[in-house]
Design a protein around this ligand. Structure first.
Ligand SMILES: Nc1nc2c(ncn2[C@@H]2O[C@H](COP(=O)(O)OP(=O)(O)OP(=O)(O)O)[C@@H](O)[C@H]2O)c(=O)[nH]1
Length: 352
């Protein structure tokens, strides 16, 4: 199964669910827990001597819940993750500015930075963390501009430990992504092998059932009418009996090449049995599919198998049927099989 269309199909059913789940859960965690803490803290500090703290906590809580609502409403969109990264950036810098309760705000920055790295994902996180920390550092070295006051020792300890923490976080994230990538590659390769016929390298019956028909059912508008052509080489047993099984195998490979050269890359040529194949034409009516099958039949007929002393004409029989909706794929395959049987019964080398 070498061409990229099929590879993409396999990849589409093999997404990195673990990574998107981790991001989503982190977003929900920071949003539900963080949003609630901020709302409660805003309530506790309400009426005190730090209205900026109350305002920033309340505003953060509102934006967090709004973002949460949007992430539930549009679960596939990425914007709520990037917005969450901005909220964290705002919260971190609001904490640096206000100092939080008893100037303990700086201690909350460690988990917040890590959460920012996860939700906005590795590469954008470099930019987010750089901007977040640049703002924080600016405030820490220009304390006349902010509400909180930190001692020089506090600032040095915080910056050194934060720098170490950020380095370790990025290293850990890098290893997590690298190991996931390798694991996914291995899984994809295993899946490719399980879905490929080793002799012809064509997709096999498993691919059709577990991947292709699933995809077809998911996006029916892109595939129907879906025409199916069951193809069976005529008198293949004679080839095996006359020249041996190895030559039979070579004929199957040769026949595969002929069929593939007669169809488009978005059409499917699969090996479903010994000398039986299934060709699928998406978005093709019955009339179009009969014409396309006839084109393959002529190509096969006009290109005998030639190797050394062996010159053997090949022909094949074709049974065509078209599914109009995803509800009748199995009935269509059965119908195509019946038509193939008719083609065999009524003289072979024909399309029915
Ligand atoms: N070389 C080779 N032969 C295979 C393979 N799989 C199945 N066969 C052979 O394909 C032949 C199929 O024979 P039949 O089912 O009698 O059909 P046929 O001779 O093609 O006759 P019709 O289909 O009726 O035209 C058998 O001899 C199988 O052994 C394979 O992978 N390699």
């Amino acid at each position: 199964m070498e061409h990229s269309f099929l590879r993409n199909l396999l990849q589409s059913v093999h997404k990195d669910e673990a990574e998107s789940k981790r991001r989503r859960l982190t977003l929900y965690f920071i949003s539900y827990v963080g949003g609630t803490i901020m709302a409660v803290m805003a309530g506790i500090n309400y009426g005190g001597d730090n209205p900026f703290l109350v305002g920033s906590l309340a505003l953060s809580a509102v934006i967090i819940y709004l973002n949460l609502f949007l992430s539930h409403k549009f679960p596939k969109a990425d914007f709520s993750y990037y917005l969450a990264g901005f909220i964290v950036m705002f919260t971190i810098n609001a904490l640096v500015y206000t100092g939080g309760y008893n100037n303990t705000g700086l201690y909350f920055l460690y988990p917040l930075i890590f959460i920012q790295i996860i939700v906005v994902s590795f590469k954008p996180a470099m930019l987010y963390v750089s901007v977040t920390m640049a703002l924080a550092v600016f405030m820490l070295f220009n304390q006349e501009l902010i509400h909180a006051q930190y001692s020089e020792a506090d600032v040095s300890r915080f910056l050194i430990s934060m720098a170490c923490f950020i380095c370790v976080s990025f290293i850990a994230e890098n290893f997590w992504h690298q190991s996931r990538r390798e694991m996914l590659e291995e899984n994809l390769e295993r899946m490719r092998q399980a879905n490929t016929d080793p002799l012809t390298k064509l997709p096999n019956r498993r691919f059709l059932e577990a991947v292709y028909f699933e995809k077809v059912t998911k996006d029916p508008a892109d595939y129907f009418p879906l025409s199916t052509v069951v193809v069976d080489i005529d008198h293949f047993k004679v080839i095996n009996d006359s020249y041996g099984h190895d030559v039979g195998d070579e004929v199957l490979q040769y026949f595969t090449g002929l069929m593939k050269s007669a169809v488009r890359t978005t059409d499917i040529v699969a090996r479903t049995g010994g000398e039986e194949f299934l060709v699928i034409f998406p978005k093709a009516t019955l009339t179009q599919a009969i014409k396309l099958a006839e084109k393959i039949r002529i190509k096969v007929e006009q290109n005998p198998f030639d190797k050394g002393d062996i010159h053997h004409p090949i022909t094949a029989s074709f049974g065509v049927a078209t599914a109009l909706t995803d509800g009748n794929i199995n009935a269509t395959l059965k119908h195509a099989d019946d038509n193939l049987y008719q083609a065999k019964k009524t003289g072979r080398n024909k399309v029915v």
